[in-house]
Design a binder for this molecule. Sequence first.
Ligand SMILES: CSC[C@H]1O[C@H](OP(=O)(O)O)[C@H](O)[C@@H]1O
Ligand SMILES: Nc1ncnc2[nH]cnc12
Length: 292
Amino acid sequence: MAKSVLGIIGGSGVYDIEMDNARWETIASPWGEPSDQVRRGEIGGLPVVFLPRHGRGHRFSPTTINYRANIDILKRTGVTDVVSLSACGSFREEFEPGRFVLIDQFIDRTFAREKSFFGTGCVAHVSLAYPISPTLQDLAEAALKVEDIPYARGGTYLVMEGPQFSTLAESHLYRSWGCSVIGMTNMPEAKLAREAELSYCTVAMVTDYDSWHPHHGEVDITSIIKVLKGNSENARKFVTRLARDFPREHPRCRVGSDTALDFAIMTQPDQRDPALLKKLDAVAGRVLNRPQ
Ligand SMILES: CSC[C@H]1O[C@H](OP(=O)(O)O)[C@H](O)[C@@H]1O
Ligand SMILES: Nc1ncnc2[nH]cnc12
């Protein structure tokens, strides 16, 4: 197994993290412009790579983030495990603002994003029934417990296109579907992480009750920003603990993230597009460079 390299994608309110020997580095991607440089360093001796999802200064909207470039550069830096830190609205009374939710499922309602590294000239279909690595989630849960951060394990994250928040009717609809939280960014990020054979886990940090709650009124950005500050403090404590206690050998993912591409590519070798294969060098190098 490979040495662990922990990747952290920081969402709204998390634009940097504390690390030893930290430096910003530019990593180029054939998939275009990533959100920012990556911040590389160590925590407790573990190599950590941090990427602010919206860029420093929050430049990119959920729609304009280049998710493919972001996942590609994490793969290029040797990341094995990706933890997504994400602000979200809550559909459940007991998931109050400030609580961290370890997501296990997604409903993807986004429609204006590139969702795959594959396509004409190299078609692939990976499994996504279990988009979260339970192995990585176990480690995240242990860190939240030790740091005494209020959390819940298990929940479905509805991913909307945004950038506007939901209408009241949509908020009620998603609740009736059994969704636990709502956000705008974790798809296609989780899909792309699976295509890149990276273990992925989401820590959704509740900032609001969206608009359905009879006593909390409609969601607004001012109240979200107030909660974001406290959540990002807890996020920092969480990341430090997670990294310190992280296994130095990458823990094999129980739902097959490490081997997602083993049988996924459908296009015959003689029909593959060399230009696309070149762009897939990091994401799919393990299988493309295998003897046929
Ligand atoms: C600041 S509220 C809306 C914004 O926050 C979340 O982003 P992220 O997942 O990167 O923390 C949400 O998905 C929206 O993009
Ligand atoms: N209510 C909400 N809807 C969508 N994204 C969010 N991010 C934080 N709160 C949100």
